[in-house]
Design a protein around this ligand. Structure first.
Ligand code: ZN
Length: 439
């Protein structure tokens, strides 16, 4: 029997209560957990990520995520759009893993079949299965004609599409094959199945079925036996549904897949009104932590973790991921002009700061940036008039700040300092999140 493609190595001196730092070996590459994985959406962001890795050799930034619909502008942006479809089928399938290279995961991100943001792009990208493109195009056309009842129409057609995939083996196989082929050609290190965005018990059932079928199919498709993860992408309100949550926990504890990825779309547990969800999320973290520590070769990832990056990495998740904007892009509703200067991460409040707020804090500090990360130390003044440079430094600073947080967690675990995460959140603007830390 060959060795499993994912191996989790536990160390007794890297455990403290519900926190753990393990070595996660995937496709020949080893991650030190907790790992922060930025979600990169264009070639500029990929360049920033590579620069940080080259210049600062961060140990806990060794993974990145690209959504299926962003592959064109991130991994193949230099190819002309018109020649893309023919090139996709010709791309070389280079499968030899390089241990020093970062781990890459392609997120199918099919929640945009449900959410309006990015739907147009989903309809056009040649990297998404034609079945999805066709669905989205038809949906946009039909829902555009509706005067009312859009929400009902959206729920009904979305459910209908996935019921059809559930029942029709040929359509299902085509969707899985199309998705995996693009992931493999993009050199993803783990296969992530195309699962429905979960909004109901029925779609949870379909998601579980898609996970099982994808896993069974993956070994036939990937010659070098690329591991296939389980994937649950869902509405945050599912946290309040006891039956659905226990179905998920039960599935995770018995599934053969060593890796389970979760995404709670637009989750913000720091919100005052989310007390019930906070309690449920804490129970969920405890459960995952117990599974990770007691089941051989089992690890968890959280995509689009938003404000929950730090507490999730502290408690149960081996890999946590966000975009550079803390995953806020999908929530932008107003049409007012957007500043070309991006928001900047403030490591003390652990939230984003507008340019004006940031400049005020710099002004109060003799016009020097008071951050201790290496990017800010080497660039202590703000390029106020150059938004390209400002944004580049903000992104580099973001990556190093997250690396610093992951490193603080690792150090606290080694020192058996169980209170570190609690106190750090207590001092930040995310105080409510102290309630989700298992203690
Ligand atoms: Zn900094």
């Amino acid at each position: 029997m060959s060795l499993p493609q994912i191996q989790v190595t536990h160390y007794s001196h890297r455990k403290c209560k519900f926190s753990e730092s393990a070595d996660l070996k995937i496709n020949g590459k080893t991650l030190v957990t907790p790992t922060f994985a930025p979600r990169l959406k264009n070639d500029g962001e990929l360049k920033v990520y590579h620069t940080i890795r080259r210049e600062y050799a961060p140990r806990q930034l060794s993974t990145y995520i690209v959504r299926l619909l962003d592959i064109g502008r991130t991994l193949h942006s230099d190819l002309k759009r018109s020649v893309l479809p023919s090139l996709i089928s010709q791309m070389a399938l280079d499968t030899s893993p390089q241990s020093e290279e970062p781990l890459l995961l392609i997120d199918p991100a099919l929640e945009y079949m449900y959410y309006g943001a990015n739907m147009e792009r989903l309809a056009k990208t040649p990297f998404v299965s034609s079945a999805i493109r066709q669905y989205v195009s038809e949906f946009i056309e039909k829902s555009g004609k509706l005067e009312e009842g859009k929400q009902l129409f959206r729920d009904a057609t979305h459910t209908n599409f996935w019921t059809c995939i559930y029942e029709d083996a040929n359509k299902r196989m085509k969707l899985i094959r199309d998705t995996f082929n693009v992931e493999l050609r993009s050199r993803a290190d783990v296969l992530i199945p195309p699962v429905p965005f979960i909004t109901s018990p029925h779609l949870l059932e379909v998601a579980i079925y898609m996970n099982e079928k994808s896993r069974a199919f993956s070994s036939a498709l990937s010659q070098d036996k690329r591991e296939c993860s389980d994937y649950f992408s869902m509405k945050p309100s599912i946290l309040r549904n006891e039956r659905m949550m226990s179905t998920i926990k039960e599935y995770v504890s018995t599934s053969e897949s060593p890796l389970t990825i979760f995404k709670f779309k637009n989750l913000n547990l720091n919100d005052e009104n989310m007390a019930i969800e906070r309690k449920e999320f804490k129970d969920f973290l405890i459960e995952l932590s117990l599974i990770a520590q007691h089941v051989e070769n089992k690890a968890f990832m959280l995509f689009e973790a938003g404000n929950q990056v730090f507490p999730a990495a502290l408690s149960s998740f081996a890999v946590v991921s966000t975009g550079f904007n803390l995953d806020r892009e999908d929530r932008r509703k107003d049409q007012k002009e957007i500043s070309p200067f991006m928001n900047r991460y403030d490591p003390w409040t652990m939230t984003m700061q507008s340019k004006d707020t940031f400049l005020k804090t710099v002004e109060n500090n003799d016009n020097l940036i008071s951050c201790h990360c290496r990017v800010c130390k080497e660039n202590p003044t703000v390029p106020i008039h150059d938004f390209i440079e400002y944004n580049r430094l903000a992104k580099e600073h973001y990556l190093l700040s997250r690396e610093q947080e992951m490193n603080e967690i690792l150090t606290a675990i080694e020192k058996q300092d169980a209170l570190m995460g609690f106190e750090k959140l207590q001092r930040s603007a995310l105080k409510n999140l102290t309630e989700i830390i298992p203690r």
